[in-house]
Ligand binder design. Structure first.
Ligand code: 6GU
Length: 226
């Protein structure tokens, strides 16, 4: 997968890029690149945002700035770009990110993530340049960078070779294999600590019973989450 992140803070992604599963994905032929909106802004003094029409607090990322950055990177009209590849605007008003959407995005050959400014994007960016608007939860972050990292983390770990064990991403929380339920609890040694014993069934070596117990635990957790 070719993953591009447009941001005002490219340095914020240095730590992320060094994560094991990200490094593994990159070693497997994927790319992860950041593009700085400021590098191609048509405005003077490195300006990229502006005050909102109609008033209100904060600054809004300008549509002309994002157009220039996308054109410089891809060499085509961004309106045409979004018909050719997924361009995801990270915004709290977007579609909630879940495992099903992560699977959908992980199947793409290329993804572009657009991070907004404090008060977000000029809406014309979302409407005309983005194919998707995605939120990572019902709360507000100061910028889209952490949300972009969350999305990129969830997507890249799904790629072949990103995780040590191919099975790790198969049966995990919210996967189809677990019927979209949260994952069951895990235990390791010691089998008892301060009187807290690991459930007997896990030590029984009885695979069918273990499987049954785990599914039941997932169902309980699912019920508790709703
Ligand atoms: Cl994608 N961006 C921002 N700024 N805040 C968020 C978010 C995104 N998702 C949840 N909160």
């Amino acid at each position: 997968m070719q993953l591009d992140v447009f941001t005002l803070f490219p340095d914020a992604f240095a730590w992320f890029r060094d994560q094991r599963h990200v490094a593994n994905a990159l070693a497997g032929g994927s790319t992860f690149e950041t593009v700085d909106y400021r590098a191609t802004t048509p405005l003077s003094g490195g300006q990229v945002d502006d005050t909102p029409f109609g008033g209100g607090a904060g600054m809004v990322l300008r549509v002309d700035v994002v157009e220039a950055a996308l054109r410089a990177r891809y060499g085509i009209d961004p309106v045409e770009l979004r018909a050719r590849r997924r361009v995801v605007a990270l915004t709290p008003a977007g579609r909630l990110l879940d495992d099903a959407l992560v699977d959908e995005l992980a199947a793409e050959p290329a993804l572009t993530l657009l991070c907004g400014r404090y008060e977000g994007f000029d809406e014309r960016i979302v409407e005309h340049f983005a194919s998707d608007a995605v939120s990572i939860g019902r709360y507000v972050l100061a910028g889209g960078e952490l949300a972009a990292m969350v999305l990129a983390d969830a997507v890249l770990r799904k790629l072949p070779g990103a995780l040590g064990h191919a099975e790790s991403a198969q049966e995990e929380s919210f996967s189809a294999a677990l019927e979209r339920m949260p994952e069951y609890p895990h235990y390791t040694r010691p089998a008892e600590w301060r009187g807290w014993a690991v459930p007997d069934v896990l030590l029984s070596g009885h695979h069918a019973r273990v499987r049954e117990w785990r599914l039941e635990q997932s169902r309980r957790r699912a019920a508790a989450q709703d």
